[in-house]
Design a protein around this ligand. Structure first.
Ligand SMILES: Cc1ncc(C[n+]2csc(CCOP(=O)(O)OP(=O)(O)O)c2C)c(N)n1
Ligand SMILES: [Mg+2]
Length: 819
């Protein structure tokens, strides 16, 4: 029990008030003289040239988007180009203080941040390391076209490599950082600390805290920056990420040696606009994004508004905030003001702002004003600056030309199957780090491990069925698999709602609290998006995470994190990234419409996820073992109806030792010859009852196959069965329309048409809300329904009287009504 933090009425009911501190706005005051003592001439030159390079990079994109030609090079770019012209100082200031070990996450408008961070990393890496990175990255595929035509220093080569890799990625070329599978809005290059950029605005808000969590838990150096637009601060995932990142437990309950709160800067690139809507004065009420900090924690997220129209105040702020993070007092919110001259995209007519406003900002353009500052130092002459800028522009243009050239920078051929090969990484990794695992006790002393030892792991005990209380059940099976991996992989963490102390809402984690330190198992806020997002960020950084969603009905709360993040980053990285996340989702019953829905179908529709639903202890342990040894995102469904079921099918019982079951194999639970019953989820037990009755009353032997998995699926066992029986009925607890078994029925029909006597029959739940526990029998398929459907549509049963209407006419009627 963690009752180190007691909730005492005396304190909680005492009169008090909440005080806020002032939030600084544009507090930077340093004079040029002072800054000349802080920065070198080279620093100033780098800041200026980095801004110029970004401006030129995007100016070219703007031109080709609008005119399809630039300086004689014709090129049509079909995809997006969300430009940040005007925002360069904010990006360059941010990147100046960051090393390669500091990781940035961002959004759709991230070209500037990518380049700025890359330039900064190039300056900090040794020539040898730089060259090694470029040479080894995708076996030199990005470097080769650049290197072939260049003779110069390694940093100069790296500058071109970065520009070329980014352009090529934007133009969907094989020579892009991610073979063109990321593109403009998702480009990144992790060796320089540039992590995924998200076209789902605010998407990084829930992911970056997981990246910062990885750094803390695994004692990695560096900080994490989430660059997020001002309008995106209205997004739920951003708030959930802030909540997740600012939990008290990091400082109050976790081992202090880890370093305190998460090293995260949530960095608002505040350009005052969404696409056309204005957070300031229109779509939000906070006036200052920095104000949000005041509501999040007593440190007010150390929030500040910073003048991002000049790199120096941004650098000043990042330096000070990095110190805050180093002291374990994060996270930090920076509200960095900037302005974009470009439209939201080049087709934008800027109808939402006046020409005067745009011109006012252009008059104080950050590159112009910074150049003036540089000249005022007398460190530079006008001619020197012009010459340096011209050299940069030439290099950028050359890289554009190279990337636009289809001979040098080809696209994947139209018949390429590459994407199919990177949807999953399909690897096996015992552990993601070699350091010792952190455990609080020897396994043998764990109360749950001890309790499990006395349980019966076989279907029968001395010839008799095992009472539920004594059976090694599905809960135990999942627990054993988790414990196995927790004792091997030091990076493995688990988190979700009520995970610690309570033991997970359904007791699967009971015993883990005693075994694991706080940072390996913790309660997350009620933020499903924040939980899944953090698991994604954790995995992107190279760790293994187990996240939990308490009820399948809550999947919608983590919709984006599951549908666009967990599922897509492996493929969008062209296989550079892995996603070793197991997302446990429990499917309810007895709790009515919003706590009892099986939403496996939603998940299995999403490309890039492995989706399994084991319903026996043997399968649950073997499949969880496989999921936890892999490198792919696995959505692991569990059913609340059967957590306490013992093993009923494997006579030898559930092994105490380690074994894996591949995540693609349907399992024949009982052999038969007259009819095939295929189930997904706990409907297996309904089918067992139906099969028993078919045998008892009609002398029919049904073959029972539990799919266990919705994706991937090896259809061979199903085809083999249908070859024998010619008849198949599929059943599940999900609503019948669009269910996983509908996909299976349709696919099986195509694969085994010649062996089928009649079309496969699908019996799912009604297309209704799930009613109260007392009424569930009218909703979930009952054994009787299966018999009725068999009688009506597959195999008339002699003398049988159906109790429900399972005819084709009824099927058509329900479809017509949409219920
Ligand atoms: C979840 C989501 N909603 C809407 C969009 C469409 N969209 C793209 S950019 C944008 C405006 C974002 O504004 P802001 O966060 O301020 O970033 P900026 O574009 O100004 O950099 C919108 C609404 C999206 N990409 N993702
Ligand atoms: Mg904006």
């Amino acid at each position: 029990m963690p009752k180190s933090i007691a909730i005492e009425p005396r304190r909680m009911l005492a009169r008090d008030k909440i005080s806020f501190r002032d939030i600084p706005v544009n507090a930077y005051q340093a004079t040029l003289q002072e800054e000349m003592a802080t920065y070198t001439r080279g620093d100033f030159l780098n800041l200026c040239l980095d801004m110029c390079a970004i401006r030129e990079f995007e100016a070219i994109l703007n031109e080709i988007k609008l005119k399809r030609t630039y300086k004689g090079v014709s090129y049509e770019h079909l995809g997006p180009a969300h430009l940040s012209m005007g925002q360069e100082a904010a990006a360059v200031g941010m990147a100046f203080t960051l090393g390669p070990e500091d990781h940035i996450y961002g959004s759709h408008r991230s070209h500037g941040e990518i380049l700025a961070k890359g330039f900064s990393a190039i300056r900090r890496l040794s020539d040898d390391r730089l060259y090694e990175i470029m040479r080894s990255y995708r076996d030199g595929a990005v470097l080769a076209p650049v290197e072939k035509r260049f003779q110069g220093t390694v940093p100069e080569l790296a500058f071109r490599f970065l520009i070329y890799g980014a352009y090529s990625e934007i133009f969907a070329r094989e020579t892009g950082f991610n073979r063109g599978l990321g593109g403009s809005m998702h480009a990144f290059f992790t060796p320089f600390g540039i992590y995924p950029n998200n076209a789902i605005v605010g998407g990084s808000g829930s992911i970056a805290p997981g990246a910062a969590l990885f750094k803390r838990v695994n004692r990695k150096p560096g900080i994490v920056v989430a660059n997020i637009g001002d309008a995106s601060f209205a997004c739920g995932p951003v708030w959930e990420g802030l909540t997740f990142a600012s939990m008290d437990q990091y400082r109050k309950l976790w081992d202090q040696a880890l370093g305190g709160s998460l090293p995260l800067i949530v960095h608002c690139m505040n350009n005052f606009y969404g696409m056309g809507g204005q957070p300031y004065g229109e779509t939000m009420g906070c006036e200052f994004i920095a104000r949000i900090g005041a509501g999040v924690n007593p440190d007010q997220l150390h929030a500040e508004r910073v003048n991002g129209y000049d790199p120096l105040p941004v650098i000043d702020a990042f330096r000070r905030k990095k110190q805050v993070l180093a002291e374990g007092r994060g996270p930090v919110l920076l509200d960095t003001i900037t302005y974009r001259y470009s439209g939201h995209s080049p087709s934008d007519a800027s109808s939402y702002r006046t020409k005067e406003e745009l011109e006012q900002w252009q008059r104080v353009d950050s590159i112009l004003t910074f150049r003036e500052k540089m000249l005022a130092t007398r460190w530079f002459t006008e001619a020197e600056l012009q010459e340096a800028k011209a050299a940069i522009d030439t290099a950028v243009f050359e890289m554009f030309k190279l990337a636009a050239d289809l001979e040098v920078s080809p696209r994947l051929p139209p018949d390429s199957e590459l994407i199919g090969t990177v949807m999953f990484s399909n690897q096996r990794v015992e552990k993601f780090d070699d350091r010792p695992v952190e455990l609080l006790q020897p396994l043998s002393e764990n109360p749950r491990v001890q309790q499990i030892r006395s349980k019966v792991r076989t279907p029968l005990d001395q010839g008799k069925p095992v009472p539920r209380m004594r059976a090694f059940n599905i809960r135990d099976a999942i627990f054993e698999a988790l414990v196995h991996r927790f004792t091997i992989d030091p990076t493995m963490v688990a988190f979700g709602e009520e995970n610690r102390d309570w033991g997970g809402a359904f007791g699967v984690y009971r015993g883990l609290t005693e075994l694991l330190p706080y940072h390996r198992l913790f309660n997350a806020p009620i933020s499903e998006g924040g939980i899944v997002g953090a698991a994604v960020g954790y995995a992107l950084e190279g760790g293994r995470a187990v996240a939990e969603i308490m009820y399948a009905d809550f999947i919608g709360r983590a919709g984006d994190e599951i549908f666009n993040q967990l599922s897509k980053w492996q493929a969008m990285s062209a296989g550079e990234l892995k996603m070793p996340v197991v997302l446990r989702i429990s499917i309810g019953a007895k709790y009515g419409a919003q706590h009892s829905q099986d939403w496996t179908a939603l998940i299995h529709h999403i490309p890039g996820l492995k989706v399994v639903y084991p319903v026996t202890p043997y399968d649950a342990k073997g499949m969880m073992n496989a999921a936890l040894a892999g490198t792919d995102p696995v959505v692991f469904f569990e059913s609340q109806k059967i957590y306490d079921y013992g093993e009923m099918f494997v006579a030898e019982g559930v092994p105490e030792g380690y074994y894996e079951i591949p995540l693609s194999e349907p399992s024949v639970k009982r052999a038969g010859k007259d009819l095939t019953l295929v189930t997904f989820g706990p409907a297996l037990y309904t089918a067992v009852a139906a099969a028993d009755e078919l045998a008892r009353r009609f002398g029919l032997s049904a073959e029972l196959i539990d799919l266990r998995t919705a994706n991937p699926i090896n259809y061979e066992p199903l085809i083999e069965s249908v070859k024998k029986t010619g008849k198949v009925l599929l059943a599940c607890d999900a609503c019948e329309r669009g269910a996983v078994i509908q996909t299976v029925a349709a696919t099986l029909t195509q694969l085994a048409f010649d062996y089928l006597d009649s079309p496969p029959v699908v019996v799912g739940s009604r297309n209704w809300i799930t009613p109260a526990a007392e009424l569930e029998a009218m909703f979930f398929p009952q054994a009787r329904w299966l018999l009725d459907a068999i009688h009506e549509r597959i195999l008339p049963l002699a003398g049988y009287q159906p109790a429900t209407n399972q005819t084709l006419g009824e099927l058509a009627r329900r479809a017509r009504l949409g219920v």
